[in-house]
Design a protein around this ligand. Structure first.
Ligand code: ATP
Length: 317
């Protein structure tokens, strides 16, 4: 892989996008940044505005307000766009009668890209055995791989993939995760959308959670988990009453949460374990509560999903 021409340059900067389709507000102040060297997950429920945002970044949809810049420029201002950003929006959009290889050759030719890249990207996405077969016979997973090969043709520093896990089998999903990570490790800015948190788990370093046309969270994965986890610690003990007396006397906030569990807020686990030991309170477990990414997602998008469900009920009445 050649070195990245614009490594270190800003990736994608989306600021204050607003877009209306008739009465529907698809984007309502969408803002976020996609940095080089990082996989950024764009996650949110169906209809949250992920695809519209990507289409706007690629200049395929106009906005009512706001800006979307790629390496500091709007898409339409890029001289050789595929050398700046590679994208996969719709894996079904290909010529069914052409082989995967011919599809890529045609694309390389029409975009003035080096045809030698075609064999490289076919190999990179693991499509070599199927490259000479008609793309119309490809499974959705194979079409995703072909679409990603196309996105890589121009060796761009920025890659943007809309729902790339769709139609992938478990092996494909594992491959995709590693592949996206390797693209980021090469210094590329990678933006990947999904409506399922489980798909971007273990892949994204940074998450932009969207709901109702705007970013409702924009943070590192670890920070998001910490924010939703709170600073709660679970203590498992058969001497609950004794443990609570000792902890409350020391100033901790404590609640009985189960037959043999209590939850302590605001204290680190090691301090709690030390205090219990010093006071001869027996316990079998002291563990910091850690939310899963799924918890984070549900917590953050609850309102957006409830809104959609209510809208749906109104419509169907
Ligand atoms: N061409 C269009 N015409 C009318 N409304 C549209 C159009 N494209 C999108 N919308 C509406 O804009 C909102 C955002 O849609 P968008 O496809 O961007 O969401 P999404 O987050 O990508 O959802 P999904 O996960 O279902 O693909 C939705 O309410 C959708 O119905």
């Amino acid at each position: 892989m050649s070195s990245l021409r614009t490594a270190g340059a800003p990736g994608i900067v989306v600021a204050g996008l607003r877009k209306r389709y008739g009465t529907a507000l698809a984007l309502d102040g969408m803002s976020f940044t996609v940095r080089p060297g990082v996989v950024t997950g764009l996650v949110g429920p169906n209809g949250a505005g992920k695809s519209t945002t990507m289409r706007v970044i690629l200049g395929l949809d106009a906005v009512d307000e706001g800006t979307a810049l790629i390496g500091g420029k709007p898409y339409r201002g890029l001289r050789h766009p595929l050398k700046h950003v590679g994208s996969l929006l719709d894996a079904a959009a290909l010529h069914a009668g052409r082989s995967g290889r011919d599809h890529l050759l045609w694309l390389a030719h029409s975009q003035g890209l080096d045809a030698r890249r075609v064999e490289q990207v076919i190999e990179q996405v693991g499509l070599t055995p199927a490259a000479r077969r008609k793309a119309g016979g490809y499974s959705l997973g194979m079409r995703q791989r072909l679409g990603i090969a196309a996105a890589l043709l121009g060796d761009p520093p920025i890659i943007m993939l809309d729902e790339p896990f769709n139609g992938m089998d478990p092996d494909g999903i594992v491959w995709m995760r590693g592949f996206l990570r390797s693209l980021a490790a090469q210094g590329r800015a990678v933006l990947v959308s999904s409506h399922l948190m489980s798909e971007v788990q273990d892949t994204a370093d940074h998450l932009v959670v969207v709901g109702r046309g705007k970013a409702i969270a924009d943070a590192g994965v670890a920070d998001l988990i910490a924010a939703v986890s709170g600073d709660r610690v679970t203590v498992r003990t058969a001497a609950g009453a004794h443990a609570m007396r000792v902890l409350v006397r020391a100033g901790a906030t404590v609640a009985a949460t189960g037959r043999d569990t209590i939850t302590v807020s605001g204290w680190p686990a090691d301090r709690i374990a030390t205090l219990l030991s010093q006071n001869a309170v027996p316990f079998s477990e002291v563990s910091a509560h850690r939310a899963s990414l799924e918890d984070v997602y549900l917590e953050l998008t609850r309102e957006a999903v409830e809104f959609r469900a209510a809208t749906h009920t109104e419509v169907s009445r």
